[in-house]
Design a protein around this ligand. Structure first.
Ligand SMILES: [Zn+2]
Length: 225
């Protein structure tokens, strides 16, 4: 049974990786074929097997010999880990993680996320309402982080992206009061990263970085702890 969860996790994250990549490049994520990013050669099915193909090809394109981006491979490994989490925490956790991961990749690349890409999370909000309504706790969780963030945004323009605020609204609805742990974990990791940038790279000027990757890590750690 565990194998089944691991496979689903890997396939879902592999698709998510492909979706975010093609979406940010303005390609059609359903009809376009997977290609080598260097020479444009269309990849055959055996070059697209999760994990296996990348390892078998030693991370190089079979035609031009250039390095293939390790991103899809990493996505599959992360999918494997998230599949393992889903085995204990259920499929809802896997869908949340996968949606956040896709948004994190997009945020990282373009610093913006289209609202349609949050629709799976919105659907999960509806599903959890059916499973356990508890409306008061859910609304409380929704507003707990998103309201202070919105206020901060009004006081100091663009402290956070509005996309981050919407995500806290949705995740707060799903995780209720526990959203506070997720927020603390995400902010903690983000602060460490900011310190690293300032310390190692001497980036003292205000540096804008994508927050959703940290939110993804926050939820991941929350589910693991
Ligand atoms: Zn190539």
């Amino acid at each position: 049974m565990l194998i089944f969860y691991l496979m689903i996790g890997m396939i879902l994250f592999s698709f998510g990786d492909c979706y975010s990549y093609r979406k940010s490049k303005g390609m059609n994520y359903l009809t376009d074929r997977s290609r080598c990013e260097s020479c444009g050669h269309v990849l055959k099915w055996f070059e697209l097997l999760p994990l296996v193909s990348y390892l078998a090809l030693r991370g190089k394109c079979r035609y031009c010999g250039r390095q293939i981006s390790p991103r899809p491979f990493l996505s599959e490994v992360i999918g494997l880990v998230c599949g393992g989490i889903a085995y204990y925490k259920g499929f809802v956790a896997l869908f949340i993680l996968c949606n956040l991961y896709v948004l994190a990749l997009m945020d990282q690349k373009t610093k913006s996320v289209p609202f349609v890409s949050c629709i799976p999370l919105l659907l999960i909000c509806i599903i959890v309402s059916y499973m356990d309504l508890d409306l008061f706790s859910r609304l409380f969780g929704s507003l707990l982080i998103s309201v202070p963030m919105s206020l901060l945004n009004v006081i100091k323009k663009d402290s956070f992206g509005w996309g981050d605020v919407i995500l806290f609204l949705l995740l707060g609805y799903i995780y209720k009061i526990d959203i506070i742990y997720i927020a603390l974990l995400a902010l903690g990791i983000a602060s460490l990263y900011a310190l690293y940038l300032m310390g190692i790279l001497k980036k003292t000027k205000e540096y804008e970085f994508a927050f959703i990757p940290f939110l993804f890590l926050g939820v991941l750690l929350y589910l693991l702890l």
